[in-house]
Design a protein around this ligand. Structure first.
Ligand SMILES: NC(=O)c1ccc[n+]([C@@H]2O[C@H](COP(=O)([O-])OP(=O)(O)OC[C@H]3O[C@@H](n4cnc5c(N)ncnc54)[C@H](OP(=O)(O)O)[C@@H]3O)[C@@H](O)[C@H]2O)c1
Length: 250
């Protein structure tokens, strides 16, 4: 989202009660996010702001410069979670993580994270001994990354599920539609409930006020364990996000 669409969505989301905002340098909307926050009147300390460094900015000085620019664009003194947006084999991950550790010690960021990392990428992260709070990856019923989830659980890394609705694809899955009927909840609410029940963080995108509210109201009920299992078994290895530079096969 960019421009006024982004500002309005941030204002509406914060009014509804959302407090976690997920942005990225490559979305080119830091200033709009900041404007939405300002208009909402919500205090900075009540918010959790995540942003991401581009995969071309992972050398030390580029990363440090980018992070300082983010503070200015986001009108803030700190970022709650800074992610490496995409892994880049050409730049040693230890170099980027050390720069992020420096930002953390200077209180420019609160926590360090990664995104689109496979098990092998995370093994390299673990070798550095630098603590990584979250791996943000595509995760939804038709892309249920069980092995990656187990590996992250074992290493106390929270998975943040991006494209949690598979950009709409998973809303049409027969199992999801059946459960939506059974519980009197919308397909989106069934999926978001399943994700959070599994211990993931979910970051659905909507610029529509009604759907923002619908997604926010997905957690005040409980799916039965046997229905959790039905969704667990859907997996189709369906990816919605596949840029050419992705290292999913690494
Ligand atoms: N780390 C990464 O590499 C990465 C990659 C992709 C995305 N992300 C993050 O993940 C966020 C969400 O991912 P996404 O936008 O790719 O996919 P998504 O959240 O799965 O799907 C968004 C789409 O679903 C629609 N939608 C939202 N709620 C709905 C509902 N209740 N019922 C029906 N349709 C609904 C939205 O339309 P309307 O807006 O019209 O409601 C939009 O077209 C992004 O905003 C971004 O912050 C991160």
């Amino acid at each position: 989202m960019r421009g006024q669409e982004c500002v309005s969505a941030v204002v509406k989301a914060l009014e509804i009660g959302y407090r976690h905002l997920d942005t990225a340098d490559s979305y080119e909307n830091h200033r709009e996010v900041a404007q939405g926050i300002k208009q909402s009147g919500i205090k900075r300390e009540e918010l959790f702001i995540t942003t991401k460094v581009r995969r071309d900015d992972l050398h030390t000085q580029n990363l440090l410069d980018a992070a300082h620019r983010f503070l200015e664009e986001l009108h803030t003194d700190y970022v709650d979670l800074l992610l490496i947006h995409w892994p880049n084999k050409a730049i040693p991950v230890g170099e980027s993580l050390e720069a992020m550790e420096q930002l953390r010690s200077e209180k420019i960021i609160r926590t360090i994270g990664v995104s689109n990392f496979t098990i092998r990428h995370i093994e390299e992260v673990l070798k550095t001994g630098i603590e990584v709070a979250s791996n943000q990856v595509e995760f939804h019923p038709s892309l249920n990354q069980k092995e990656l989830k187990n590996f992250c659980d074992q290493n106390k890394i929270v998975i943040t599920a991006y494209s949690p609705l598979a950009r709409g694809y998973d809303l049409e899955l027969p199992v999801i539609k059946d459960l939506s009927q059974k519980y009197g909840k919308t397909p989106s609410q069934v999926i978001l409930n399943w994700l959070v029940n599994k211990g993931l963080v979910a970051i659905p995108k909507s610029s529509n006020p009604q759907r923002l509210l619908e997604n926010f109201q997905s957690l005040d009920w409980q799916i039965d364990p046997q229905d959790m299992e039905l969704i667990d078994n859907i997996n189709e290895n369906h990816r919605a996000v596949t840029p050419v530079f992705a290292e999913f096969d690494y």
